[in-house]
Design a protein around this ligand. Structure first.
Ligand code: GAL
Length: 363
């Protein structure tokens, strides 16, 4: 959906992506697999492997969004730079598969488990199994609910929602709003929504802003977001003034629906994740902003915490997040709002994307 850039650019971008993925595939220490039986059992928790290295298990939910491919490559690199090794498995948004994969990582004796939960509640079982095996668990980006999780590291997701709503209310202080939420199984979607309402509520109370549609988007997919937006447009005879979409994937789906009604670029839309397609939409004017989260900071800090905790070193966490069971020691990083005015000095300056790719101009 909606990728307007040239073949040469497409080839360049795909090559970059292949670099990120192949870096994972053929690194000797790293085995990124979805097949639990393919993993050797040669290590017991807390005991360095034959090579004397700490072994970290990384149980990922999905590789669907652009960002998770980066998270995987950046986390692998950061763990190895600390002299440890990492075992990565991705569950393609399948809860049962994620639990099975985590059991495999636990049974092969990783020293610590890092989890990106697909379902915040279902993954509590993984934490319990890991603890029974004497393995600590870090929640990466998304929080595991109702479990004795040892550490949570993410960006401040409530602040992500506040930044989105602040930017859109600056443009549309009065009007009819559509909220295209994230996946209800993902606690980030709930934190984000809380942030959005922290900003919108006073406008709603004054009667300036009306929420005319508000829905979660299963699995954060563009297709489901498209369907949500179609329903919202139909129910409101296209009379909508602003859209707060939870991330760039859902923003892409919503904008495609607006496009189909000749409204793209006329109604401001928010996003998150600074995906390339979103950065291009911001430049051409069909998306108003995205939230940039410097993933290298998240991956490096998570790797540092994981290796330290695996070695039994004490960790200082400056925040606590209640996950329904305990106050989880947490590290929350600052997200950055990006629109066409600061896109150069943020995602381009950081080489998150190249200027050529974002502005779709020849080298
Ligand atoms: C969220 C994450 C976002 C987004 C989404 C979809 O948990 O914070 O960056 O991309 O998942 O995978």
């Amino acid at each position: 959906m909606d990728r307007g850039f040239s073949n040469a650019r497409l080839i360049m971008f795909t090559l970059t992506l292949i670099f990120f993925t192949s870096a994972c595939e053929n690194a000797a220490e790293t085995r990124a697999t979805t097949d639990p039986s393919a993993v050797e059992k040669n290590h017991s928790p807390g005991q360095p492997s034959e090579e004397g290295k700490i072994k970290i298990g990384f149980s990922m939910d999905t590789l669907e969004e652009e960002r998770w491919l980066r998270d995987r490559a950046l986390f692998k690199e950061a763990v190895e730079n600390l002299g440890a090794e990492v075992e990565i498995m991705a569950a393609n948004e399948d809860d049962a598969k994620q639990i099975l994969q985590a059991e495999t990582l636990i049974s092969q004796g990783v020293d610590l488990l890092v989890v990106v939960p697909n379902n915040a509640e279902a993954t509590a079982a993984i934490v319990n199994k890991a603890h029974l095996a004497g393995i600590k668990v870090i929640s990466y980006d998304r929080l595991v609910k109702n479990a004795d999780i040892d550490m949570y590291i993410s960006f401040d997701n409530e602040q992500v929602g506040e930044l989105q709503a602040k930017a859109i209310t600056e443009l549309v202080p009065k009007g009819r709003y559509v909220l295209i939420g994230g996946a209800s199984t993902d606690y980030n979607a709930h934190l984000l929504k809380k942030g959005v309402f922290n900003v919108l509520q006073p406008y709603i109370d004054r009667g300036d802003i009306t929420i005319v549609y508000d829905q979660w988007t299963d699995n954060w997919t563009p297709t489901n977001a498209y369907k949500n937006m179609e329903v919202a447009l139909k129910a409101n005879n296209n009379h909508i003034d602003a859209v707060i979409a939870a991330n760039d994937a859902t923003a892409g789906g919503a904008i495609a629906a607006l496009e189909a009604h000749g409204l793209a670029g006329k109604i401001p839309v928010s996003g998150q994740d600074a995906e390339l397609a979103a950065a291009q939409r911001i430049v051409v004017g069909t998306q108003h902003l995205t939230i940039y989260k410097p993933l290298n900071m998240l991956a490096e800090k998570a790797a540092e915490l994981a290796v330290k905790m695996a070695k039994g070193e004490s960790i200082v966490a400056d925040r606590k997040i209640n996950n329904g069971k305990i106050e989880v020691p947490s590290v929350l990083l600052a997200p950055i709002a990006v629109d066409r005015h600061n896109i150069d000095e943020t995602i381009i300056r950081d080489h998150f994307h190249s200027r050529e790719d974002v502005y779709m101009v020849d080298q």
